[in-house]
Design a protein around this ligand. Structure first.
Ligand SMILES: *Cc1c(COP(=O)(O)O)cnc(C)c1O
Length: 423
């Protein structure tokens, strides 16, 4: 049996209807921005393998750090024990995160980072004997697939089977250009009419919605409204964190700081699953008490896995090199040039860029669904040409590893141009 035959016998893939899905591509090797399948066909990974991989596949610097940690202390339980790699990650993050972030809580993936933040927002008020049980979230948000994260997510076909089983979430419009005032007014209205504990948002860029972007000034205003009403704010930086928007965190563009931040994806350079939720001292203090019932009873077996911590430390070191900062700027400039070139194309509705993130919306005759026919046609065209891009409906986006060469980038652009002409 070939790998793909064995795959279809044994495996169940994410977001996949196995009856109608195409067979998956078996990847056997990766290096830099490139992947090779079992037949030796080469692909440019233009979405950094679901946004996790800024420094390239099989990165030697991170691999060496992981090996060293694996052969020193691979894992130890984090209940009642601690270790230097976790402490170093915390020290490093507190140095680079928005100034008010003072406490670091480890978990395993973006969804658990969000799950922890939402539970903390709810228990914060429980501990203070205040009845606040509603979470505010944006329309078309994506915060993950575990239950509270899913409740906060607003993309319907991910969640429709579970309607009626969720925690209480109320949605407000995203303050995209022209919608700012509606967004502010709706937030005020929601806060007046519900007992709101927290507001969770993807800062500046809604990834899964198709790289929908909005301005830092609008987000600052929403945070001010929450702060004035003692609603805790949660910045879900799982996608935007670690350089993707051109600054270390998207919140670095925003004048107001959030109460909590969720991190994962690029945290370990795309090597080992790990996530972190960070908090202000004030949030932590609401759990700090002689009463054990006020503690946060949440944890995962692999919390603060030392090997993951070593990978995170190596990744942050790489991010902070001048070379990587130059790469981010180079890709941003390149994206802006490409945007200028194609935004007036008759088949383009709009194009947008922030940091290394680029997105273009293509005109289509029918309302394009998330996994609609245009989307599949585009996806297959890109794969055939050896470029990994996963359009969201009629939106094609690029989120490359920062080490992608100019030549590789140009190839990605020209294949997108070809695709626009084709559809
Ligand atoms: C991917 C993502 C998540 C979920 O992360 P997982 O590791 O897939 O659970 C949460 N929030 C945002 C903004 C994401 O992009």
């Amino acid at each position: 049996m070939t790998l793909t035959e064995k795959d279809s016998q044994y495996l169940w893939h994410p977001y996949t209807q196995h009856k109608t899905a195409q067979t998956p591509i078996a990847i056997s090797r990766g290096e830099g921005a490139l992947l090779w399948d079992e037949n030796g066909k080469e692909y440019i990974d233009a979405i950094a393998s679901w946004w996790v991989n800024p420094f390239g596949h099989s990165n030697k610097f991170i691999a060496d750090a992981i090996y060293k940690q694996l052969t020193t202390l691979e894992h130890v339980l984090f209940g009642g024990f601690t270790h230097e790699p976790a402490i170093k990650v915390a020290e490093k993050l507190i140095e680079i995160l928005p100034k008010n972030q003072q406490k670091i809580f480890f978990s395993d993936n973006g969804s658990t980072a969000v799950e922890v933040a939402i539970k903390v927002a709810l228990q914060y008020f429980f501990n203070k004997n205040e009845k606040r049980t509603t979470i505010i979230a944006f329309e078309n948000a994506f915060h993950g697939d575990t239950f509270a994260a899913m409740a906060a997510s607003g993309i319907s076909f991910y969640t429709q089977a579970f309607q009626g089983m969720f925690i209480d979430v109320v949605r407000i419009p995203v303050p995209v250009k022209g919608q700012e005032q509606v967004s502010f007014d709706t937030l005020k209205n929601v806060i007046q009419n519900h007992n709101c504990a927290g507001f969770i948002f993807e800062p500046l860029v809604q990834g899964a919605a198709g790289m929908v972007m909005y301005e830092p000034e609008a987000l600052a205003k929403l945070i001010q409204i929450c702060a004035a009403n003692k609603v805790l704010t949660i910045a879900d930086e799982v996608m935007t964190g670690f350089g993707k928007t051109g600054k270390t965190f998207a919140m670095d563009y925003v004048a107001e700081d959030p109460d909590m931040i969720c991190l994962s994806k690029a945290l370990t350079g795309g090597t080992i699953p790990m996530a972190i939720t960070t908090f202000t001292q004030e949030v932590f203090d609401a759990f700090y008490d002689d009463d054990i019932n006020k503690a946060l009873f949440h944890g995962h077996t692999f919390t603060a896995n030392p090997t993951g911590c070593a990978a995170a430390l190596a990744s942050i070191d790489l991010l902070q090199t001048q070379e990587m900062q130059d790469n981010i700027e180079r890709i941003n400039t390149s994206h802006l040039n490409f945007q200028k070139k194609i935004e007036n194309h008759p088949k383009v509705i709009t194009a947008r860029t922030l940091g290394v993130i680029f997105a273009v919306e293509i005109k289509s005759d029918s309302e394009e669904s998330y996994y609609g026919s245009m989307r599949n046609k585009l996806y297959n065209f890109f794969i055939e040409k050896g470029v990994v891009l996963r359009p969201v409906g009629n939106i094609v986006y690029i989120l490359p590893p920062y080490i992608m060469t100019n030549e590789q980038l140009q190839k990605v652009y020209s294949i997108i141009e070809e695709a626009i002409d084709m559809v």
